[in-house]
Design a protein around this ligand. Sequence first.
Ligand code: ADE
Length: 227
Amino acid sequence: MKFTVLTLFPEIVEAFFTSSIMAKAVERGLISYDLVNIRDFAYDKHRTCDDAPYGGGAGMVLKAEPLAGALDSVGALEKRVVFPTPSGVPYTQKRAQEYASLDEIVLICGRYEGIDQRIIDLYVDDEVTIGDYVLSSGEISSLVLIDSVYRLCDGVITQESLVEESFQNSLLEYPHYTRPEVFRDLTVPEVLMNGHHAKIEEWRMEKRIEKTRKNRPDLWDLKKSIE
Ligand code: ADE
């Protein structure tokens, strides 16, 4: 799968692609990426990428021309273009799974107050929000999307790791323990120590339900309503 990222700060995004599990996935040819600097498509003397909003108001808007140039340079009209923005639809694990099944997504990293609406009208397929808060850097929200998607791509991490994680089944994940057996007087639950597989599964399911009801009653209600 390929991630094409349009950004004014490629160095922020590059760091993620050249570190840790992602770096290995790139090296193994499972993931590829293309970072496009939007400023390379600003042709005025000062290579301006932002301007004041028509109609007045606070902040600056990312201009249409450099963004359109960057989008055309990657053939965006034929590709799935995703714009992370606080005004988008909620981003979910289901959408991450859908993106992971595609050959490529093109991400636009917004800055300032937003981007010229005509870019959204002409190029953007999905506007998604990663949560009800506002970030100043679209690079961060794009990286959230990239991280959630690439790990689902074939071969990146073991299938087993994906099976019981949070949001599978609309349930959150069960608690994990590793050595030592006693840490500051707290012991690992007995059931995990005795190797009885069915009992362990039963305990883990109980914990998932308990945690979901406590931390995410909204998810629990949704699960009940569709069962
Ligand atoms: N950019 C700034 N804030 C954002 C948010 N909450 N979700 C997605 N992109 C954003």
